[in-house]
Design a protein around this ligand. Sequence first.
Ligand SMILES: C[S@@+](CC[C@H](N)C(=O)[O-])C[C@H]1O[C@@H](n2cnc3c(N)ncnc32)[C@H](O)[C@@H]1O
Length: 510
Amino acid sequence: MVSRPQPNTPGDELELFLTQVQQLTQRHREEVPVSQRRGWGQYFTPLAIAQRMAGLVSVPQVGRVRILDPGAGTGMLGVVTAVRMLAAGVQVELTAIEPEPRARQVLVDTYKTLKKIADTFFPKQLHCRIVDTDFLQYKPGQSFDVVVTNPPYQKMSPKNPAGGDSPNLYTRFMEVAAGLLRPGGELVCIVPRSFTSGTYFRRFRQRLSQVLQLEVLHVFASRRAAFASDRVLQETVICRYRAEHAHSETVRISCSSGTEPENLGVSLGVLRRLVVGKPGGGEPLKIPCSPADLACLEQMSRFAQTLAGLGVCVSTGKVVPFRNREFLHTTNVPKSVPLLWMQHVLPQGITWPLGGRLAKPEWIAGDAPVLIANANYVFVRRVSSKDEPRRLTVCPYTRSLAGDVIGVENHINYLYRQSQSLTPDEVWGLATWLSSRLVDRYVRITNGHTQINAGELRRLPTPPLATITAVGKCARAGGLTAGQQMLQNVLAELHTSANTGGHKPRLRQL
Ligand SMILES: C[S@@+](CC[C@H](N)C(=O)[O-])C[C@H]1O[C@@H](n2cnc3c(N)ncnc32)[C@H](O)[C@@H]1O
């Protein structure tokens, strides 16, 4: 390891050692080509985050803890957790799993140094070992008190026998880890937020909630915050799960903008059934990060109906450019009709064609098998990120383009009725509702993806149709702003009548 001045207390020594682990990780990052690191899903946990995660691990009463760090990389997570336990006077058995040879070499050096320090200051208190294997095949013949992990992420084929129906390597790591915990043991992990929503991860959520109870959830508000050094742009969460029975009925939720502890912000205790839904249900997680988020969930819970319940259908545009290439045209050739892309979907209405401002074919053959009737719709962009001012970009459309049919590209969702067309008032009312601040907040609480899929829109709680229609009439007459104002008034009235009518909030902030 790199040369250093002579410290004198165990605290100094451990602190220096952790800084060195960070330096060695940085050196590994610089020496190993990005493509190689990415191939192994290597994104290293910064020291500050590792410390925050280790702080979530309960210090056992029994005086001994068995810690597993699968996908250990250069060792940061397991080492920081072990150091916390040693400092608390707990004996540690630390097992790391790392199959990638270069990271494993760093890990070997790191563990040698840790062992030396432990033997000096905490004699006979640390046993550590490194296992060179694929974690998905790991059969240790013992259980662990704690699994602490930053797993690799990579899509997994459902045909992969090691995948166990998990859509991603990181979710499979979580499941395998769950199977290695003793009853009451803890899984502390830092993972993409993507598993918390969407139908893609539904079966995984169902399985996980049958074996682990979520206890703590920390959200990084910035998509860059957690892994800035590895240039990862993705929403990340830290979770603590407990095998079998959780210690309380609530999940502690916090949110921060950066990696520093002072950015932790408010911490809420939220009923677990509100966050994860019914056990085994596989519902998307609701992650309120502030009292205002809780108030939003409370308000939304008062709407008994969903869009589907109102008889409103939601589909995704059927034109997939690479599959339907032969039907697409860059000019208005005979018998072609408008093809709508996400860029045409603007809050003020469909803006088509964009001509030179859009380098995409804006016409499609009128006999392509993927067209829909030119009727009244509400169009919603399917892709957005939390960094945008609105998660839903919504556009009311009352048959303004020419022709009997139109093409809708796959990055657009559209709302319609099966039997008859939506009325103009319904179109404008639904567009006003979907572009409201309340819905924006709700989507942020319930969606950890960049995509809003049709199923999520179908399940969106919604005011009664009469309210939607009245708001739509107002928006058509006075514009979306007038519609929003009326909607605000209706929501405020609902709020007041619910509170004065003895309605008790169903969702509790503890
Ligand atoms: C996201 S990195 C995390 C590294 C380290 N734990 C940290 O937090 O800095 C994931 C690690 O898992 C390792 N890995 C990838 N596939 C693995 C597998 N099938 N079994 C075990 N480890 C694996 C990678 O080599 C990489 O070091």
